[in-house]
Write a protein that binds this ligand. Structure first.
Ligand code: GLN
Length: 389
């Protein structure tokens, strides 16, 4: 019997670039600075707490909305950072990574015929979820070298069908930040419309700019219509654990949970218990992250001095864009492929995050790496100029 291929619900969706590039890196034994993940471990104490949880019976289903102690610890952190209170019972949901939170939020809110606005370059999980919800993705490009939101263009794009606007700060893949003024402007532009905001803030603690993180929870007006999403994968160098969370007013949380309970039901119990215990012991862990990653960014930039890449230092995230226009005229997907195969360093081409890619020549490096990894990448890029691509 021949198996008939089903009519695809996502005909335009290929394999995510993170898988494509990590696989290529592995095939060619390249230094993998593509997919974003640290090459070092979470805090030793946190690993110990996971082992404790596993050994002490924390092995059955967690509550659907998440382990209570973890939700309480998140609420304490929000109160400290934003000076605003969130109710752990009705406003916080633990999810299996930010990816699940994004998916549940989008599926819960976007309906057939709705429009959802994203800003390009946009993280690649948003659009497939919007498509599965039957809604239409409206792509607005971030403008200029600063990747700024064009608020006039946003205003022109909003209409009665706009159901959701997805923002992301600190921004992947560009490493830029929305400012508090941008946040005010967003509130002002959205004011006449009955739409929601999803704010993807998974890198909220990895911010180098003195102005800090302008999280959606710090804006009383926007908060009412927003779902803020974060990830312990980034905060604890544990991307493989897939523990994230969503914070939203109770009526939005209720809708998100309606999807979450049938998407995963609950997230890994021992991980949740361990993170809760760690946050209890060390509630200010996140304060170490800006310096920790700033040092990594600066080490990466210093190491890359003398290569023909051009850099504008990232303001946040653990990603650094690099302009390769003085090396090659190749489109970025091909450039990144050949850099991996011929020079042994894997990066992420950023055109894949656009509906209409600009003419710029940019790839993204992940600098969440040990110095030895960066040194090895640098060594392999030594002859880049001479060989060219
Ligand atoms: N967010 C990570 C990145 O930007 C990858 C996540 C994934 O592979 N799904 O590289």
């Amino acid at each position: 019997m021949t198996v008939r291929a089903p009519v695809s619900k996502l005909p335009d969706t290929g394999t995510t670039i993170f898988t494509v590039m990590s696989r290529l890196a592995e095939q060619h034994s390249a230094v993998n600075l593509s997919q974003g993940f640290p090459d070092f471990d979470p805090p030793a104490r946190l690993i110990e707490l996971v082992a404790d949880a596993l050994a002490h019976g924390r092995n059955q289903y967690a509550p659907m909305a998440g382990v209570t102690g973890l939700r309480e610890a998140i609420a304490v952190g929000v109160a400290e950072r934003f000076g605003s209170s969130v109710d752990p019972e009705t406003e916080i949901t633990i999810t299996s990574g930010a990816t699940e939170a994004l998916f549940c939020a989008i599926i819960a809110l976007a309906r057939a015929g709705d429009e959802v606005i994203v800003f390009d370059p946009a993280y690649d999980s948003y659009e497939p979820a919007i498509t599965l919800a039957g809604a239409k993705t409206v792509h607005l490009p971030l403008s200029g070298a600063a990747f700024a939101v064009d608020f006039d263009r946003l205003r022109d794009s909003l209409n009665a069908r706009t159901r959701l606007v997805v923002i992301n700060t600190p921004h992947n893949p560009t490493g830029t930040l929305l400012s508090a003024a941008d946040r005010d402007r967003l509130a002002e532009v959205l004011a006449p419309y009955d739409c929601f905001v999803i704010s993807d803030e998974v890198y909220e603690h990895i911010v180098f700019d003195r102005a800090g993180h302008a999280g959606i929870l710090g804006h009383a007006g926007l908060r009412e219509r927003s779902i803020a999403i974060s990830s312990f994968g980034k905060t604890f160098h544990a991307t493989g654990w897939k523990v994230g969370y969503a914070i939203a007013p109770a009526p939005l949380t209720q809708e998100l949970r309606r999807v979450h309970q049938f998407c995963t039901f609950a997230t890994a119990t021992p991980l949740q218990c361990a993170i809760a215990a760690y946050l209890h012991e060390n509630p200010r862990h996140y304060l170490e992250l800006p310096e920790f990653y700033r040092a990594k960014r600066d080490y990466f930039l210093a190491a890359m001095e003398g290569t023909p890449f051009g850099f504008t230092p990232a303001q946040g995230t653990y990603f650094q864009l690099a302009d390769y226009s003085s090396i090659s005229d190749l489109p970025d997907v091909e450039f990144a492929r050949r850099l991996t195969i011929e020079h042994g360093v894997a990066t992420i081409p950023i055109s894949v995050f656009y509906e209409s890619p600009p003419a710029s020549r940019l790839v993204r490096f992940c600098f969440a790496k040990e110095r030895a990894t960066i040194d090895e990448a640098r060594r392999r890029l030594n002859d880049l100029q001479r060989l060219g691509l």
